[in-house]
Write a protein that binds this ligand. Structure first.
Ligand SMILES: Nc1ncnc2c1ncn2[C@@H]1O[C@H](COP(=O)(O)OP(=O)(O)OP(=O)(O)O)[C@@H](O)[C@H]1O
Ligand code: SF4
Ligand SMILES: [Mg+2]
Length: 330
């Protein structure tokens, strides 16, 4: 979590973002799969926004679409007060924004040395004037992520998952990014080293003034690093609030169920937080329910929940929820 200046300006503004994939559903028939469906949020400079939700709810697609790795079906992406629209905008934006991937095993070429992996973006973007400057920059980047100079000539396959993730992060930092989409960067790692890597993200943020969209399945993982947390379900955002507020006062029935699965140290809170087990599976985004996407699993669903999509409304300052019956369920 960063030392937040509450007056900080929005670095990233996402307005009504949609990403629909055309998928084949039979001979010559395709249908739009609404992976991200009208999602809006902002991230302030220096802030970490945690993005959580079950597998397939659209988290990675949000991250990739923001970076224009997928062309948005609709909606707007603003960065530092500027709409990202033309190819020239995208090219400029990519110098400042990057992504760290989930799987440190498949995202690095095992037959390249650490120095070549980290040096590649420096070469591609012409970011040094001499061999010596290149070498120094690589060592500086390695130092940022807790690797030392002896690691430079070793191959990626010689490293553990946690160290590979550090190499991947050093590579992402090579272009001096301001904004990083961290797509489940610790999910593939042993639980015992997840906290170390998360702490490293935290320290790097303070040192380099970074802004993060930090994606995770699990509310526990994002708890310490996030300033605010957004919860997604079936391509929609269902709740967004300050991290402390989400933990102490979740308002959407889906967030409540996610949170009830997280162990809490305070016994009073734990008693109040009875485990809510949802029935059924997440529907396919190809056959999303009408109205509220959560209604097929919601313990509070009423008839009108099938009729219209609840508006994503600000219930108290900075706390947004999409539920028709938010007053009754709380
Ligand atoms: N390139 C693609 N083409 C077609 N469908 C896709 C594509 N990428 C993702 N999807 C679908 O879009 C939906 C959202 O996928 P996405 O990978 O964004 O979810 P996620 O929340 O990141 O899941 P996970 O937690 O498993 O990483 C899923 O139904 C997925 O099958
Ligand atoms: S709108 Fe209805 S179905 Fe959706 S979360 Fe609220 S009560 Fe549940
Ligand atoms: Mg994903």
């Amino acid at each position: 979590m960063s030392q937040q200046n509450t007056e900080a300006k929005n670095l990233v503004e996402i307005k009504h973002l949609k990403e629909y994939f055309n998928v084949n559903v039979g001979f010559f028939k395709s249908r739009p799969l609404k992976a991200v469906d009208d999602v809006s949020f902002t991230i302030k400079k220096g802030e970490t926004l945690g993005l959580v939700g079950e597998s397939g709810c659209g988290k990675t697609t949000v991250g990739r679409t923001i970076l224009n790795l997928y062309k948005p079906t609709d909606g707007e992406i603003w960065y530092d007060g500027k709409l990202i629209k033309t190819n020239a905008d995208i090219k400029e934006f990519r110098k400042k924004a990057t992504m760290v991937f989930q799987d440190p095993y498949s995202s690095l070429n095992p037959r390249m040395t650490v120095s070549d992996i980290i040096g590649e973006p420096l070469d591609v973007h012409n970011l040094y004037k001499s061999k010596e400057e290149r070498r120094e920059r690589i060592l500086e980047l390695m130092n940022y992520v807790g690797l030392n100079s002896e690691h430079a000539s070793r191959y990626a396959h010689e490293f553990s998952g946690g160290q590979r993730q550090r190499i991947g992060i050093a590579r992402s930092l090579a272009v001096n990014p301001e904004f990083i989409v961290c797509d489940e960067p610790v999910s593939a790692l042993d639980v015992s080293i997840q906290a170390q890597v998360i702490n490293m993200f935290d320290e790097l943020q303070d040192k380099l003034g970074l802004t993060y969209l930090f994606i995770a399945h699990d509310l526990l993982v994002v708890r310490h690093i996030s300033d605010r947390i957004a919860v997604m379900y079936l391509g929609k955002m269902v709740e967004l609030a300050d991290a402390n507020e989400i933990y102490s006062n979740p308002l959407h029935p889906y967030s409540k169920s996610l949170l009830s699965a997280v162990p809490v140290p305070d016994p009073k809170v734990a008693r109040a937080n009875k485990r809510i087990v949802l029935s059924g599976d997440i529907p396919s985004p190809l056959n999303a329910p009408s109205g509220c996407p959560f209604r097929t699993r919601c313990p509070h669903a009423k008839e009108d929940c099938a009729l219209s999509m609840p508006e994503f409304k600000e219930i108290s300052k900075g706390h947004f929820v999409a539920c028709h019956h938010v007053e009754d369920v709380n």
